[in-house]
Design a protein around this ligand. Structure first.
Ligand SMILES: [Zn+2]
Length: 438
């Protein structure tokens, strides 16, 4: 066993008691936190490495609960268009995907992983095609991830058979992986995945003890479909089909009927809000306070960066806070502590990892980040609530160190696992090839 003693000016644990140490220390034994406190006294642990981070704030790594990592290739290509309707998505993203081939995927994924690490994300939930090309890049990055095999089937039997078989192979390939968990990723229930596909997807999720990463409530299409075909909205129909028995990570949840929320609260369902994406797509505001009032778990995601355009989850927290204050005409409509929870423990809970990550606590995994307290935005320290500072005063650019599973991915502002300069060059080359094909 290898142990590291890490000291810092402040440790914000985001545990249930809101414990903050200033100064503070934590001891990492291999991949787990075994001690956290204010003043270290030598005792139980033989310390192999001692690291003094100095003027840094240590906190749990962030969980980005909705991404499509290869789509960094398309960044800037959807300006002025909405991707939140089937029609808009079809005429923008599908056009690009027509000329996208698997060889171009890794370049997009590597830059996505690098940008997430750089801005303090330690775990993310992705949904896309060509997962066999995504997995090696994520492994190289050292990030923790829930990777969902994306399925668009449009009611075609041949597509259904092909995609389900490929998803099965993908889930098999990740059995026992220490950091990456395979999920099933129907792009959107009822909209582009038929009931026939959903029944098979449910069997698959049960067989591999996993859940669904989907899009839902972006423009009301699934509710219109379900009213027409089943005489009720989508959520009770999903419950009747048994789909809600498995964990569901549902991105956006903007148009969903509030009266259906008690159903969601009874199931392992998470509404993942991606406010930047929703705002840039002119898609509307999710009923976040109603979701919270009903007891539905919520998390934050950046969505694809084609038109977000950033992976910075600190910025996403800030945008969420400001959006809901404006929307509700109430300052601090969503308390800063709740916003931080959405970006940490809420995402962890969504992935079934709430006992492993999402807060700094003894026994949990050592997934943590350190922010530079000598950077702009913190002063006066005496005047600012630290949670408000984390949500509103700083950005992911303040991150200087990132650890996942006890391993440094970014240390003292330098890349450890990834070569960002090379990743950028590869992305430029892949993008040039993509546009040449267009
Ligand atoms: Zn999405």
């Amino acid at each position: 066993m290898t142990t590291s003693l890490i000291r810092a000016e402040q440790i914000v644990t985001l545990d249930a008691a809101d414990t903050i140490h200033g100064p503070g220390y934590l001891i990492v034994a291999d991949d787990r936190l075994v001690e956290i406190g204010t003043h270290f006294t030598p005792g139980q642990w033989r310390i192999d490495h001692e690291i003094d981070l100095g003027a840094r704030l240590v906190m749990p790594g962030l969980v980005n609960a909705h991404t499509h990592t290869p789509m960094t290739l398309f960044r800037g290509h959807a300006e002025g268009r909405t991707l939140f309707t089937l029609e808009g998505w079809f005429n923008t993203i599908r056009v690009l995907e027509q000329v996208l081939t698997p060889d171009l995927i890794p370049a997009g994924v590597a830059v996505s992983c690098a940008e997430m690490i750089r801005t303090g994300t330690t775990c993310f939930a992705d949904q896309y095609f060509w997962m066999d090309r995504i997995v090696p890049e994520v492994r190289r990055s050292g990030l923790r991830a829930a990777l969902a095999y994306g399925i668009v089937e449009l009611g075609e039997a041949a597509a259904r058979e092909r995609e389900l078989a490929a998803a099965t192979t993908f889930l098999e390939s990740l059995r026992g992986d220490p950091l990456i968990k395979g999920w099933v990723g129907p792009h959107a229930f009822f909209v582009d995945n038929s009931e026939a596909a959903m029944r098979l997807e449910l069997e698959l999720a049960k067989r591999f003890d996993t859940g669904f990463h989907i899009h839902m409530g972006t423009s009301g299409e699934e509710d219109r479909f379900c009213w027409e075909h089943y005489g009720r909205s989508a959520i009770p129909q999903l419950e009747a089909l048994g789909m809600l028995e498995r964990p569901v990570l549902a991105a956006h949840c903007i148009t969903m009927p509030v009266e259906d929320f008690p159903i969601l609260a009874r199931h392992p369902f998470t509404a993942v809000l991606a406010p930047s994406s929703a705002m840039r797509n002119a898609a509307g505001v999710a009923p976040l306070r109603a979701l919270h009032a009903a007891g539905v778990n919520t998390a934050l995601g950046t969505d694809n960066v084609t038109n977000n355009n950033s992976y910075d989850l600190f910025k996403e927290m800030q945008i969420a806070g400001k959006l809901f204050s404006l929307h509700e005409r109430t300052p601090n409509a969503i308390p800063t502590r709740k916003i931080l929870e959405m970006a940490t423990l809420g995402g962890a809970r969504a992935l079934g990892l709430e006992d492993e990550i999402g807060s700094l606590e003894v026994g949990k995994k050592a997934d943590l980040i350190a922010l530079d307290l000598n950077e702009i935005g913190w002063s006066p320290r005496g005047g600012q609530d630290v949670y408000a500072a984390l949500v509103y005063s700083i950005t992911g650019q303040h991150v200087r160190d990132v650890m996942v599973d006890g391993r440094w991915l970014f240390r003292d502002n330098a890349w450890i696992t990834l070569d960002f300069a090379q990743a950028r060059r590869d992305l430029e080359a892949a993008h040039a090839e993509l546009t040449r094909r267009l």
